[in-house]
Design a protein around this ligand. Sequence first.
Ligand code: SF4
Ligand code: SF4
Length: 206
Amino acid sequence: MKWFIDSNTLKSGFIKEVEKSSSQKIAHCYQCGKCSAGCPIAYEMEYTPNQIMRMIQLGMKDVVLASNTIWLCVSCITCTARCPREIDVAEVMDVLRRFAYRSGVYPIKGRNVPLFNKVFLRNIEKYGRLFEMSLIGTFNMLSGTPFKDTSLAPKMFLRHKINLLPEKVKGIKEIRGIFKKAGKVSRAKRQSLITIGELIHNYLKR
Ligand code: SF4
Ligand code: SF4
C-alpha cells in the first residue's frame, strides 16, 4: 500500500505525543522488524507493529489510531522483549489505545474490539480473573447483540467451560490497587451508571 505523506503530517508532532506518554524513544526504531516477527497476532493486523512504529515516526496519527492493530494487540510483551533498541512496543500500543479511546476513533473493521477491551478489563478489575458469563452478557448487551452465541452456553456449561457464579482471586485487593494506581478511572466513576452511559454513548457515536 502506498501513502502520500505531506509536510504537515511529518511535522504534526505525533511522535512527540507518543514518546511523552509512553516514555519510549520511538525515534530509535530502525525497522529491524523483530517485534513483528515475534508478534503472535501480526497476521491479523492491518499494520504490523514495526509498521505502526514507522507510521508514528512519520506523524500518521489518523491512520495509526484508526487501525485494528492497536486493539488486536494482546499485550504479550514479546515485541518489547525482542526489540534491540529497547523500546517497550507493548507500552506504545497501550498508549495508542488510550489515545484512540479518548478521541473516539475506532477501527473500521472490528468496531467492537474497543468495547470488548473495556468490558474485559472491567471484568478483571472486579474479579481478578475472567468471569465469562459477565463478560459475554455485558458485551452482548452493549454491542446490541443480546443473543449472540447464547446457543453455545448450555454446552459450555455442561463441559465446565463457564461458571454461573464468579470466583474472585485471593489477591483481588492488590489487583484493584493496580487498576487504581494505573489511573484507569476513579472507583466511584467506574461503578456508576454514568460510566455505563458513557460507554453506550461512545459506542453509539461510532
Ligand atoms: S504486545 Fe502486542 S504488538 Fe507486541 S508482540 Fe504482543 S500482541 Fe504483538
Ligand atoms: S524491534 Fe524495535 S527497532 Fe526493530 S522494528 Fe520493532 S520497534 Fe523497531
